[in-house]
Design a protein around this ligand. Structure first.
Ligand code: GDP
Length: 296
């Protein structure tokens, strides 16, 4: 179960505040030391933790306790609010182009769940009465085109493919034309993934971006990889200017580092969370629900 360890560590920290009549600096510092360790152990970025703790302390110390809350509850309330803020504060909506189709470019390293997530996003849009087009622009991984076609069949969503001998730029260009002609309102481009970030990959993604002029560039990262996911997001963002991140595999026993650090480190919101292999296991990312889940 995701965040299990973090949740119990935080609860231990808050236990120390129970029954205290008054919050003074010593009490807050003691609890925050535990919270700090819990977050670091959950693989949250070091600087993110430092800033987070500083903000909570500043708000908690000397704060007049609301009549209805014990001092312990007050600190938990502040931690909860700051966790929500850390993850972006509110739900970040998927872009909608003024004039259809809305073009969404999906990027990510191999194995992160990019192709699956592209299918899930198509299903999510379908449920909202949108008409998505899946675009097979990952021409290097032999199975990727087939995988997208299978997803398209399952969902009854059209898949645009020109095989693996046409450049991804050309595929993207023609796919958008195809969507316009067929009144499809979302174009979801499954771009190439690699095992590692390399220059050729970034160059290709930039070329696709320049031609497709996406309304949305979503990076799919595996939450299980913790700070690595955050580092990947930072490099993709610096090269491509992402508009958002999709966190996958939140159904696994991820420690929490990626969910809690991505927004603060990259400035880009987590727009969706994937919690399973099934096609309906994709939801808009709700910072408040995630914070509640973390606090247990
Ligand atoms: P890509 O190389 O990034 O396109 O990755 P794929 O979409 O092929 O996914 C890689 C593996 O991760 C597949 O076995 C997926 O079923 C699995 N996967 C993707 N998203 C999730 C998720 O949210 N939870 C779990 N448990 N598995 C996932």
């Amino acid at each position: 179960m995701a965040f299990e360890n973090l949740t119990s560590r935080l609860q231990n920290a808050f236990d120390k505040l129970r029954g205290r009549g008054k919050i003074d600096e010593t009490v807050v510092n003691e609890a925050m030391r535990e919270v700090r360790l819990a977050l670091l152990e959950a693989d949250v970025n070091f600087k993110v933790v430092k800033d987070f703790i500083a903000r909570v302390k500043e708000r908690a110390v000397g704060q007049e306790v609301l009549k209805s809350l014990t001092p312990g509850q007050m600190v938990i309330k502040i931690v909860n609010e700051e966790l929500i803020e850390l993850m972006g504060g509110h739900v970040a909506q998927l872009a909608v182009a003024n004039r259809p189709p809305t073009v969404v470019m999906m990027a990510g390293l191999q194995g992160a769940g990019k192709t699956t997530t592209t299918g899930k996003l198509a299903k999510y849009l379908q449920k909202q009465n949108r008409k998505p087009l899946l675009v097979a622009a990952d021409i290097y991984r032999p199975a990727a085109i087939k995988q997208l076609q299978v997803l398209g069949e399952q969902l009854n969503v059209p898949v645009f493919s020109l095989g693996d001998q046409v450049s991804p730029v050309e595929i993207a260009r023609q796919a958008i034309e195809h969507a316009k002609e067929n009144h499809l309102d979302y174009v979801l481009i499954d771009t190439a993934g690699r095992l590692h970030i390399d220059e050729a990959l970034m160059e290709e993604l930039k070329q696709v971006r320049d031609v497709a002029k996406p309304d949305e560039i979503l990076l799919v990262v595996d939450a299980m990889t913790g700070q690595d996911a955050v580092n990947v997001a930072e490099s993709f963002n610096s090269q491509l200017e992402l508009t958002g991140v999709v966190l996958t595999k939140l159904d696994g026993d991820t420690r929490g580092g990626a969910a809690l650090s991505v927004k603060a480190v990259t400035g880009k919101p987590i727009k969706f969370a994937a919690m399973g292999e099934k096609l309906d296991a994709l939801e808009p990312f709700h910072p408040d629900r995630m914070a509640s889940r973390i606090l247990g």
